[in-house]
Design a protein around this ligand. Structure first.
Ligand SMILES: Nc1ncnc2c1ncn2[C@@H]1O[C@H](COP(=O)(O)OP(=O)(O)OP(=O)(O)O)[C@@H](O)[C@H]1O
Length: 250
């Protein structure tokens, strides 16, 4: 088993994943450096969610290797992967998935509380992120009393409050309106920058979304494009069949 390059915090080689025999990832290889912000783009169904799912330990690939620093994620059992996800990774999906019985601040503080933080510390960290995301006035409300865009911002606060080493954001601004999307994206990117969080941000065709703001202004360090579960080749690039290294566009 080859060790990953030293300067990559996350590294994957020849990842394959299939749903009921139908391939979703077909030999994806990539490395992500510490503090890097990488957007994963591609049309619907190109494998972005599956890639982030495998890299974050939510899905176990059919074959291939995934390393987080010197830890071979692909060899870990379910419980160890869950611990890794809880302790070191953050996840924001396109649906907020909050705990309905908890208030907004309790939801945002939940990962910290599960990791043993004191209630006061967890509450102050959660509240700080709710403020940054302009929803401090919702802190005491339960998800049912919030609109979808507020719920999503609580989910973003929850992911940031625990200061993950790597944040996986899968279409994180999908439920938000354009102005809210830009604000949430800027908060996400500036939080990642200021706290040294490595981030993988999946979005479908950047031309269609607010992630223009991130990709187009090169706020992201790099973009990886997928098509049909493989790396897309830049237009005019030679056909390096079998090679699956990252496309560097930005
Ligand atoms: N739970 C599932 N069961 C069966 N097939 C799935 C499942 N999830 C994804 N797929 C299929 O796997 C392929 C990759 O899907 P994936 O969701 O990873 O792509 P995506 O680029 O994230 O798409 P989107 O932008 O729509 O979220 C698609 O063909 C999709 O239909």
């Amino acid at each position: 088993m080859a060790a990953p390059p030293d300067d990559d915090v996350l590294w994957a080689r020849e990842l394959h994943y299939a749903y009921d025999g139908s391939p979703a990832l077909q030999g994806v290889t990539l490395g992500v450096r510490e503090r890097e912000i990488v957007t994963v783009t591609g049309p619907r169904g190109s494998g972005k969610t599956t890639l982030l799912g495998c890299l974050s330990g939510r899905l176990a690939p059919k074959s291939g290797e995934i390393w987080f620093n010197s830890l071979p994620v692909h060899t870990l059992g379910r419980q160890s992967r869950e611990r890794l996800r809880r302790d070191r990774f953050g996840w924001i999906g396109s649906e907020p998935q909050l705990v309905p019985e908890l208030t907004a601040w309790e939801n945002a503080a939940l990962p910290l509380l599960l990791n043993g933080a004191r209630q006061r510390t967890a509450r102050s960290s959660a509240t700080e992120w709710l403020e940054r995301l302009d929803i401090a006035d919702c802190a005491r409300k339960r998800p049912a009393a919030l609109v979808q865009s507020q719920r999503q911002r609580v989910a973003i606060a929850r992911a940031l409050a625990s200061r993950p080493a790597v944040l996986f954001a899968d279409e994180p601004t999908a439920p938000l309106h354009r102005t809210d999307r830009l604000h949430a994206l800027r908060t996400l990117v500036s939080a990642a920058r200021s706290h040294g969080i490595t981030m993988l941000l999946a979005t479908h065709d950047p031309a269609a979304g607010a992630t223009d703001e991130v990709v187009g202004t090169s706020v992201a360090d790099r973009r990886i494009s997928l098509v049909d579960g493989r790396h897309a080749r830049p237009t005019g690039a030679p056909d390096t069949k079998g090679s699956a290294t990252c496309s560097l566009f930005v």
